[in-house]
Design a protein around this ligand. Structure first.
Ligand SMILES: N[C@@H](CCC(=O)N[C@@H](CS)C(=O)NCC(=O)O)C(=O)O
Length: 221
C-alpha cells in the first residue's frame, strides 16, 4: 500500500497527492505538521521534506522501506506505475521539451518566485530576462500541445500557479507569468482538473500562512 506524507499548504506535496488521486491509486494520506519536526518523516527521509512516498510492497535500500522523496521523482514513479500514456503528449521532441520545461520550472522559476516574495527588489534585470525566456518557451509549448492540460506538466506547475495567483501583489513573479495570455489561460484551465482542484488547500489560510512567514523572515534571508 502507498502512503504519502504531505502538508496541504505545500505545492510540491500537492503534485504528488493530485497525481495519486488523478491516477486513482489507493493510498494512505499522512498529514504532516510542518511546524513540528515529524520524527517518522525524519527517520524515513534524509531531507525531512514533504512529499514523501512510501510503498511497503517494494524493497527499499539497505533492507529498509521503499521511500521516494523529491516531488518530480515521485511523479515519475506514479506516471510509470500507472502506465499513464497521456502524461507526456506528442512525439519524442515535444515530450522532452515538456520535461525540460518542468526542470527549468523547479530550477529557475520556483527559487526566484520564493526569493522575490521575500525580497521583491532582489529580482535583477538578468533574472527577469531569464524568466521571460522560460515563460515564452512555456507559451510555445502550450501552443504545440494544443492547450492539452491533463498531463504531467499541468500537475507540475498548477499547484504553484494557484498559490502564486492567490498571493497577488505579494508574488512578483505573477506579473511576469501573466504577460503571456496563453500561459495564464492554460494554467487557469489546469486548475480545473478535478484532482488538482480537490487537492488545493484552503485559500485564505494559505495566504495567511505565507504572509505570516514573509513577515517573520529577514528580507534578504
Ligand atoms: N525539492 C523538494 C521540495 C520539497 C519542499 O520544499 N517541501 C517543504 C514544504 S513546501 C517542506 O517539507 N518543508 C519542511 C521543512 O523545511 O522543514 C520536492 O520537490 O519535493
Amino acid at each position: 500500500m502507498l502512503q504519502l506524507f504531505y502538508a496541504p499548504v505545500c505545492p510540491f506535496a500537492q503534485r504528488a497527492r493530485a497525481l495519486l488521486e488523478h491516477l486513482e491509486f489507493p493510498y494512505v494520506p499522512r498529514l504532516v505538521d510542518l511546524e513540528q519536526r515529524d520524527p517518522e518523516l525524519l527517520q524515513l527521509s534524509p531531507t525531512g521534506l514533504v512529499p514523501l512516498l512510501m510503498e511497503d510492497g517494494l524493497e527499499g535500500l539497505s533492507g529498509g522501506p521503499f521511500v521516494l522523496y523529491e516531488s518530480a521523482v515521485i511523479a515519475e514513479f506514479l506516471i510509470e506505475r500507472a502506465a499513464w500514456q497521456d502524461a507526456y503528449p506528442g512525439g519524442l521532441a515535444l515530450r522532452y521539451q515538456q520535461r525540460l520545461a518542468m526542470k527549468r520550472f523547479d530550477d529557475l522559476l520556483v527559487p526566484l518566485h520564493y526569493r522575490s516574495m521575500r525580497d521583491p527588489s532582489s529580482l535583477s534585470e538578468a533574472d527577469i530576462a531569464e524568466i521571460q525566456v522560460e515563460v515564452a518557451r512555456l507559451a510555445e509549448l502550450v501552443e504545440l500541445l494544443g492547450g492539452h492540460h491533463e498531463n504531467a506538466l499541468a500537475f507540475h506547475v498548477a499547484p504553484f500557479w494557484a498559490r502564486m495567483s492567490w498571493m497577488g501583489a505579494h508574488a512578483p513573479m505573477l506579473s511576469l507569468l501573466v504577460e503571456s495570455d496563453i500561459v495564464r489561460f492554460w494554467m487557469d484551465r489546469c486548475l480545473e482538473v478535478p484532482a488538482i482542484r480537490r487537492t488545493l488547500p484552503d485559500r485564505d489560510q494559505t495566504v495567511q500562512n505565507y504572509l505570516k512567514k514573509l513577515a517573520g523572515e529577514p528580507r534578504n534571508g
